[in-house]
Design a binder for this molecule. Structure first.
Ligand SMILES: *[C@@H]1O[C@H](CO)[C@@H](O)[C@H](O)[C@H]1NC(C)=O
Ligand SMILES: *[C@@H]1O[C@H](CO)[C@@H](O)[C@H](O)[C@H]1NC(C)=O
Ligand SMILES: *[C@@H]1O[C@H](CO)[C@@H](O)[C@H](O)[C@H]1NC(C)=O
Ligand SMILES: *[C@@H]1O[C@H](CO)[C@@H](O)[C@H](O)[C@H]1NC(C)=O
Ligand SMILES: *[C@@H]1O[C@H](CO)[C@@H](O)[C@H](O)[C@H]1NC(C)=O
Ligand SMILES: *[C@@H]1O[C@H](CO)[C@@H](O)[C@H](O)[C@H]1NC(C)=O
Length: 434
């Protein structure tokens, strides 16, 4: 049984509430910078929006057309009950339809709703489906992406991402019950990765093997080494980019088999069914905003520090004279809006290994993946230049002798001397209702 879809308006309104920070936390007081100008300054950094479950605001698209079950109505059974094919998917019936939106809804009252595909009746032609999730906004992962499959996890799947709104795509992680066979890749676990090779794209067998559909439903993109990583965000070229995305795509390449081979005489038990996709992430605001809002159905950073743009990626009009630059997580623990505070050591770039070194070929696809080459440009920042400012009244007559902006009187009410706190603190990302 599926409940009727929420009206679109409600879907649009709820994220607004979600995206406003529930209470003052360490990082959302940077907005007060404006109010503090000329007076007692309190600055709190890194200045970034709180994590949100981005499933609340994602656009979902499935391909190819006709992949969703129910048009025409179709019978199916399950791997655990393969000879009782009495279930029906019917797109015209609210109770029997399984449209894509059900992957992003909240499961109210414990009622699980899911998107479901047609069955594999065309075997041996592969049963392929793409789920494309779009935000039209740069986001940064803060915790595991978790996909819930109701009737068994795919035996072959690829998670892909785009950082340019779907123009180009790169593989993010490969999933297979046999990585060598499916992709020609040696199976790895994220836990095997050291911080220095965390951006390597791996194939894992951890989430594809059959243990029973009821026992194990989850496919995870893990960020388990994140805590060890955040201090490297500035120094390790490509690290922030690795966790950034504007779109995600699941390429489902072979469904759960419930065994080692496909039973040709019972193809109605093979299909994909996804009930939920959690995407804990935050808006990328280049450390210049503490809030991210929905405006005209598009996520938008609420920029501070004389910056503007969807990602606070440029100086506001009238403040362009010194040139834009992202804020910094350094110095620890607060970071700064103005990276001229940061010692020159950040220019020492650790070379990271990228996925285009990884040999892989998808045997079930005619064309092997060709990930975009990411040019490894060294950071060439002029660290002595302040951020976006109105130079016609700049307080620093000589930028060469300028001193970093420092909070003068930090109000004790807002003071949290918890220097152990981590900008990637994962604790706020456990969302209710998921
Ligand atoms: C899924 O997307 C890829 C591009 O990443 C495309 O080549 C492929 O044909 C799509 N598959 C389906 C089933 O639409
Ligand atoms: C995407 O966001 C931009 C703002 O950066 C906006 O102008 C555009 O209309 C949005 N596109 C869609 C399809 O929502
Ligand atoms: C990552 O680096 C660690 C230690 O340097 C090494 O043991 C591990 O095999 C590497 N993992 C991959 C996938 O290259
Ligand atoms: C910049 O400063 C000048 C002089 O104080 C002022 O007239 C102008 O309005 C300021 N510009 C902005 C964009 O605030
Ligand atoms: C914003 O511009 C004002 C005026 O030029 C300047 O005093 C202030 O330091 C700037 N803010 C930041 C965070 O650089
Ligand atoms: C500091 O952080 C730790 C762990 O996150 C927490 O247990 C502790 O209560 C915090 N202390 C303060 C003063 O916020």
């Amino acid at each position: 049984m599926s409940p009727p879809l929420l009206p679109g308006l409600l879907l649009l309104l709820s994220p607004l509430l979600l995206l406003s920070p529930p209470a003052l936390t360490q990082f959302d007081v940077c907005r007060s910078l404006r109010a503090s100008e000329g007076g007692a300054g309190w600055e709190r950094f890194p200045c970034q929006p709180p994590p949100t479950n981005m499933k609340e605001v994602m656009q979902i698209r499935v391909d190819p057309p006709g992949i969703t079950c129910g048009n025409p109505p179709e019978r199916f059974c399950t791997l655990e009950n393969p000879y009782l094919c009495s279930d029906e998917c019917d797109a015209s019936s609210p109770d029997l339809s399984h449209p894509p939106q059900l992957m992003g809804d909240r499961e109210r009252g414990g009622l699980v709703t899911y998107w479901q595909t047609v069955t594999w009746s065309r075997f041996p032609e592969p049963l392929l489906a793409n789920i494309t999730l779009s935000w039209n906004k740069s986001l940064e992962m803060v915790d595991d992406v978790v996909v819930t499959f109701e009737y068994g996890r795919p035996t072959i799947m690829v998670l892909e991402k785009s950082t340019d709104r779907g123009v180009s795509w790169q593989p993010y992680q490969f999933y297979a019950d046999d990585c060598l066979e499916a992709f020609g890749m040696v199976p790895k676990r994220v836990a095997d990765l050291a911080p220095s090779n965390i951006t390597r794209v791996i194939c894992t067998e951890q989430y594809s093997q059959w243990v029973g559909a009821k026992e194990e439903k989850l496919v995870v993109f893990e960020l388990i080494n994140m805590d060890a990583l955040w201090t490297r965000m500035e120094t390790m070229q490509g690290l922030r980019e690795f966790f950034s995305f504007t779109n995600l795509r699941l390429r489902l390449l072979r469904p759960a088999l419930g065994g080692t081979y496909v039973q040709r005489d019972n193809l109605l038990k093979y299909f994909y069914a996804v009930s939920n996709i959690d995407v804990p992430a935050r808006c990328v605001c280049n450390l210049h905003a503490s809030q991210c809002m929905l405006r005209d159905a598009t996520l938008q950073c609420d920029c501070d520090h004389n910056t503007s743009g969807q990602d606070c990626q440029r100086c506001s009009q009238g403040f362009e004279s010194r040139g834009w630059r992202p804020g910094s997580y350094l110095p620890l623990p607060r970071g700064t809006a103005n990276p001229s505070d940061v010692p020159e050591t950040i220019t020492k770039i650790l070379k990271h290994r990228t996925h285009h070194n990884t040999p892989y070929a998808l045997k079930t696809s005619p064309k092997p993946y060709a990930p975009e080459h990411n040019p490894q440009q060294p950071l060439s920042r002029n660290l002595k230049t302040p951020l976006c400012m109105n130079t016609s009244k700049t307080p620093y007559a000589n930028p060469k002798t300028h001193k970093p902006l420092k909070p003068k009187n930090t109000p004790t009410a807002l003071e949290n001397p918890n220097t152990s706190q981590n900008p990637f603190d994962r604790t706020p990302t456990k969302f209710p209702g998921t």
